[in-house]
Design a protein around this ligand. Structure first.
Ligand code: ARG
Ligand code: ZN
Length: 471
């Protein structure tokens, strides 16, 4: 503002050189990354490439404390920026210098570095924090599930706020080192590979590494008392599974399901291309949470999913997400169909593989089981709205859309698309529109009307029973 008062001329020009000409143009990073479903999620002005989380957790009190070190790069001239976080912060350093910080909104931490940060520079942010995750809520809910032997962070679309500060949106993927100190006898489970463990003075440290780009909601931490099994897929990927020792009646069914992880990942690779990570597994903490989650490399399962015996289908679903959701992530949360429609369809393919009904038979059954006046058909999988992001229709109508596509373009092109898509957008993000464009490119057909009918109309489409119908 004051620069406008300086008269033009040589003197003014030299003044402008002395005071960086752009200083007045530095501005705060946006408090949201620009997702219309969740305007406050993620942040603007920087991009994180790596999270190093060095934590200590006490199961008896649910106290979590430690240091997060973020490696980031600015994407604008930045006077200030936000992280998404709920726990109590005691110190923030940016490039070594203490920064001022303040909480704002439901889950925002506003950080003002000592010196403004020019666009395109590497920045190291160190956040020291502590807190009791189970005591924190945002918008009236929690993603931290306290268990009798510890706790676990798992939810979608938001899971990180309760355990580490982040740029919480799938558009900003990063690699992770998660190092957690827990009392001897407890274990810490996270994504990727267990690099090492070490014990002293009654505490054991678990060092986990997830070395491929990973969305924040796919990062997980569980502390508890687990039985750990190890193995290898036929294709050579090491598998590490963990089962709470206290699953009671559900223990054997959980284990009989999840121990098939390697077999299922190899089977999925035939459809989706090579498994994209160097670690694999699953874990079941002692929680009564209702959902499972495709946490990267190592999905989270709830004991409830195994209450009726084995549930291999849920394992197929979460492992399918490793390609559809984790490797290729939504660009915005309205794109959730590119995750859930495909993970559901993988379950139908598995059913066919197990001789429990073909995908077409299941599609016909699902289609018939929702009459035209069922509100199920008012949910548009291509843009369900935040309130219906995980509505059954996103899954089942979403998979019906794929059966309709398969019937329209034939198996050869359909399966070429299922395999080509993860490779095309590997380690990145995509939209529903990107998928439609890709399907049209591979098949050479104009598919706008088909996807409009199955994804974006608030009414029941025509039948899927015979090829080409319902277009
Ligand atoms: N992506 C998860 C799954 O496929 C769904 C998570 C639902 N989250 C929730 N809070 N209900 O199983
Ligand atoms: Zn899913």
């Amino acid at each position: 503002m004051h620069r406008r008062l300086i008269a033009p001329g040589a003197f003014a020009a030299s003044l402008l050189l002395a005071i960086p000409a752009s200083a007045a143009d530095y501005s705060p990073g946006a408090p949201g990354i620009g997702d219309p479903y969740y305007p406050a999620y993620g942040n603007g002005g920087y991009d994180v490439s790596h999270y190093d989380l060095r934590l200590k957790y006490q199961p008896a009190t649910d106290k979590l404390e430690g240091t997060a070190t973020l490696l980031a790069r600015t994407t604008q001239d930045l006077s200030r920026f936000n992280l998404d976080f709920l726990l109590d912060v005691s110190e923030v350093r940016v490039n070594g210098a203490k920064a001022t910080f303040a909480g704002s909104g439901e889950h925002e931490l506003e950080i003002t570095p000592k010196s403004p940060l020019p666009k395109g520079t590497d920045v190291t942010v160190v956040v020291r924090y502590s807190g009791v995750p189970s005591s924190k809520q945002a918008y009236g809910f929690t993603s931290w599930h306290r268990t009798p032997d510890g706790g676990v962070a798992a939810n979608e679309p938001e899971g990180a706020w309760w355990w580490f500060p982040s740029n919480d949106h799938p558009l900003d993927k990063a690699t992770y080192d998660v190092s957690v100190l827990v009392p001897d006898g407890s274990q810490a489970i996270s994504n990727g590979t267990l690099q090492s463990t070490s014990s002293r003075v009654g505490w054991t440290r678990f060092n986990w590494r997830s070395n491929k780009p990973q969305a924040t909601y796919l990062a997980t931490l569980a502390v508890g008392r687990f039985d750990v099994t190890t193995g290898r897929t036929e294709s050579g990927i090491p598998v590490v599974n963990a089962y709470s020792k206290d699953l009671g009646d559900n223990y054997d069914a959980a284990r009989a399901s999840i121990e098939r992880t390697g077999e299922i990942a190899d089977w999925l690779a035939e459809y989706f291309g090579p498994y994209p990570y160097n670690a694999l597994g699953g874990y079941v903490p002692n929680t009564d949470t209702g959902y499972a989650l495709e946490t990267q490399t190592r999905p989270f399962y709830s004991p409830r999913q195994f209450a009726n015996g084995t549930n291999v289908s849920v394992v197929v679903h979460e492992l399918a997400h490793q390609w559809y959701g984790d490797l290729v992530s939504v660009a915005g949360w309205k794109d959730i169909w590119i995750n859930e429609g495909f993970a559901r369809y993988a379950q139908w393919l598995w059913s066919e593989h197990e001789n429990e009904g073909t995908a077409q038979e299941i599609a016909d059954y699902v289609y018939a089981s929702h009459p035209a006046d069922d509100p199920f058909w008012t949910v548009k999988p291509g843009d369900p709205g935040p309130e219906n992001q995980f509505h059954l229709a996103v899954y089942d109508r979403g998979a019906l859309a794929l059966q309709a596509l398969r019937n329209r373009i034939g198996d050869e092109d359909f399966f070429a698309i299922l395999k080509g898509w993860p490779a095309k957008y590997a380690y990145g993000n995509a939209t529903v529109g990107d998928f439609v464009a890709y399907a049209e490119q591979v098949s050479g057909e104009s598919l706008g009307a088909l996807f409009e009918t199955w994804l974006n109309r608030a009414s029941k489409p025509g039948g899927v029973a015979s090829p080409g119908v319902g277009v």
